[in-house]
Design a binder for this molecule. Sequence first.
Ligand code: NAP
Length: 267
Amino acid sequence: MKELRLAVIGKDVSKSTSPEIHKFIATSMGKSISYEKISVPVYGFEQCISEILEAYYGVNVTIPYKLSVIPYLKKLDGDAKTFGSVNTVTTRDLCGYNTDGVGYSMMLENENVDVKSKEVLLLGAGGAGRSVSKKLLDMGAKVSVYDKNSAKAYALSHEFGELNAIESLNVKPYYLIVNATGVGMHESEGQSPVGENLLGLCEVAVDLIYSPPKSKFLEIAEGLGKKIVNGVGMLFYQAYYSECIYFGLKPNSMQAKRLFEEYLKEN
Ligand code: NAP
């Protein structure tokens, strides 16, 4: 069996767990891959991206290159076109995909979080907030989005009509609150974008952060007896969907769920 040469590129991917996750998924599907981490400083991106796209069969793209890679591609598939952001590239045809939104939907589905006709508060209207908001709307949720930079929330609601941009956080009950702000990781570890007043009124709290596994946001929600979900499922499922693209396989959410459960047992 031919081994596919894959890599992830980002500004600093030294701590990325993508190689382990991708290798686990590929091996479980009876496929063979190599998977490298390539950290590229912003000033060096232009010089090396074409070479990287030539050298690998498939490339995962992460912060801050999900937009900057687009001019080097020939076409964009579905969600990549909708979000104007790419996290997966098949280099044989230079096609860009975005698997973040599907990863998020699979995570909610496999956690039995049904948002249809329910009120959802999305915190953060950046790259991830964008894909999450569109998927929530597709799933029939009534979505309000808050960003500390309200222009970003309004831009999203302009783009995806049914989305309600809010300028301040009123205390009201939401079925689900999603943290897509990044607050709670790196230098903001130990902080939460919202407190007990809002989390106390929700049923489910989802944080896209997966390191630390339990952010302050999730810790507060758990302490109040709420269902909590961290971002590791989304990370795993978006990688699963990328592997399906590389190998030309149809994604199967039952298979993805089984593999994720096995992965958690082993890691
Ligand atoms: P991003 O583009 O920087 O977006 C975050 C947005 O939230 C920015 O607009 C930011 O505004 C805003 N914000 C910051 N603090 C806020 C606060 N207290 N209240 C409201 N809005 C606030 O980042 P991203 O790429 O979307 O990533 C967001 C998070 O998702 C990160 O934690 C990332 O690791 C995670 N993520 C997880 C997965 C996964 O597979 N689990 C996939 C993608 C992303 P400013 O720019 O003004 O600070």
